[in-house]
Design a protein around this ligand. Structure first.
Ligand code: THU
Length: 139
């Protein structure tokens, strides 16, 4: 179990990261914060590109930052997204980000869709990506 204070802090970090979002094309700002099982947090934001394809979501930015520094023991991720001048939504991860989570995250991994530090929806990866393809398929 992840305690409420830790979840609220994670949600707050995801919300704060929206200020780093580079989203001039969609105007949809997303921040994320991924929690490792040792308590370390890596953050990310979406980074768009004028050629569109090279854009990356906030979730993958945070996860890849952690993986590139040698960390793969993920416990949870908080995601905060919404239009630049609008209210935060319960912003669910795209299919590509769900598949990236599937690579590294197990059954206990939690996904928080945050509208504020204490208004969030909680999901497991199995709920968001049922009947999935993963590393075991290639063993
Ligand atoms: N986006 C994310 O960063 N995460 C999500 O969960 C959904 C979508 C980004 C991608 C793009 O920069 C913008 O939001 C609009 O799709």
């Amino acid at each position: 179990m992840i305690n409420e204070t830790v979840i609220s802090d994670l949600c707050r970090k995801a919300i704060d990261m929206r200020s780093e979002s580079y989203a001039p094309y969609s105007d949809f700002l997303v921040g994320s914060a991924v929690l490792l099982s040792d308590g370390t947090v890596y953050t990310g934001c979406n980074i768009e590109n004028s050629a569109f394809d090279p854009s990356i979501c906030a979730e993958r930015t945070a996860i890849f930052k952690a993986v590139s520094e040698g960390h793969k023991d993920f416990a949870a991720i908080a995601i905060a997204g919404g239009k630049r001048d609008g209210e935060l939504q319960y912003c669910a991860p795209c299919g590509v980000c769900r598949q990236v989570m599937r690579e590294f995250c197990g059954d206990s991994f939690k996904i928080y869709l945050a509208k504020s530090a204490d208004d969030y929806k909680e999901f497991t990866l199995g709920e968001l990506l049922p009947e999935s393809f993963g590393p075991e398929n290639l063993e």
